[in-house]
Design a protein around this ligand. Structure first.
Ligand SMILES: C[S@@+](CC[C@H](N)C(=O)[O-])C[C@H]1O[C@@H](n2cnc3c(N)ncnc32)[C@H](O)[C@@H]1O
Length: 286
């Protein structure tokens, strides 16, 4: 079948009949080369300035990201295994492969440096579980992977009035079953002796890694600006040159307060934030 022009979205509607008959189709139902059980409709979306809109076949269309770019990484058996472990205890229907791919890339850079790994905001441990599987983290001891979470949701007192207005408290609905989540995470991370699971509020809980002076990888996913800023201030002096800080929420509309806080923080620290199409963002320690 010939490809549609770049300004055209082609939709194939299939009407297969069990007995093999073919339905009557309009004479101008699209390409003459379409199979007989298919009604092919071309929608044209020409843009005045000649740009091409993203259209099918889409290789990835979830988690706020639709693209026709190559997503072969999802078929790499090493990725499949890392993602599978990351998703253990996960919420049914969650699909965040491209975010995990970004985290794995960051971890692959960070492991070439000296220093511990940290995640602030672990929940069921999708990103951290995938990273630890990807790197076979047990073999990296005495390096540690510190995992911080209240396993009781975002502390309400850390939410600004604006965050409350934007619905951040609603996110806590998902984090209510904290003791069960925590038990699941303890079990999940027990396979790595150098995983340090710390239940407590960031920033106070970060005291558990006070003696760790070198950090190569920090994943920040707390969904609330005040705690993320406190985590940044604690971790930044410990981050080694080339170390990566991965922000999970930067691009999402409901997290605009975190984005603004990070933008101010980056300006104060003279670093540029790389905004990623996954909604994540990346900061490299100079
Ligand atoms: C989006 S989830 C983290 C998801 C996780 N990164 C993953 O890969 O599955 C956000 C988590 O941050 C935790 N959290 C929010 N504020 C916190 C704080 N001040 N201290 C510790 N944990 C916090 C919540 O309990 C929640 O589990």
């Amino acid at each position: 079948m010939s490809a549609p022009p770049p300004d055209t979205l082609r939709i194939n509607l299939q009407f297969p009949l069990a007995d093999g008959r073919t339905l009557v189709r309009p004479a101008h139902g699209g390409s003459r080369t379409a199979p007989p059980e298919t009604l092919q409709i071309d929608f044209k979306f020409p843009t005045a300035d000649g740009r091409t809109l993203v259209q099918g076949p889409l290789t990835y269309n979830q988690d706020g990201l639709a693209t026709q770019h190559n997503a072969e990484f999802m078929r790499d058996p090493r990725f499949v295994e890392a993602y599978r472990v990351g998703m253990e205890n996960g919420y049914p229907g969650t699909r965040i492969e491209w975010r995990v791919h970004v985290a794995l890339w960051c971890a692959s850079q960070a492991v070439l440096l000296q220093g511990d790994f940290v995640e602030c905001g672990v929940n069921t441990g999708i990103l951290s579980g995938a990273v630890m599987t990807w790197l076979d983290f047990a073999r990296l001891a005495p390096r540690r992977f510190f995992l911080f979470d209240t396993w009781a949701g975002i502390p309400v007192e850390q939410m600004s009035a604006e965050e409350k207005r934007l619905g951040v408290p609603d996110m806590n609905v998902k984090y209510q079953n904290g003791d069960v989540l925590y038990a699941g995470v303890q079990q999940k991370f027990a396979r790595w002796p150098n995983a340090v699971v710390v239940r407590g509020r960031v920033p106070e809980a970060l005291e558990a890694m006070r003696e760790s002076q070198h950090v190569a990888y920090a994943s920040i996913d707390l969904n609330v600006a005040e705690a993320e800023m406190a985590a940044a201030d604690f971790l930044w002096p410990r981050m080694v040159s080339g170390g990566l800080m991965l922000l999970d929420d930067y691009g999402w509309a409901s997290h605009i307060n975190q984005k603004h806080a990070w933008d101010d923080w980056a300006a104060r620290h003279g670093v540029m934030i790389l905004a990623l199409p996954t909604g994540q963002a990346l900061i490299r320690k100079p």
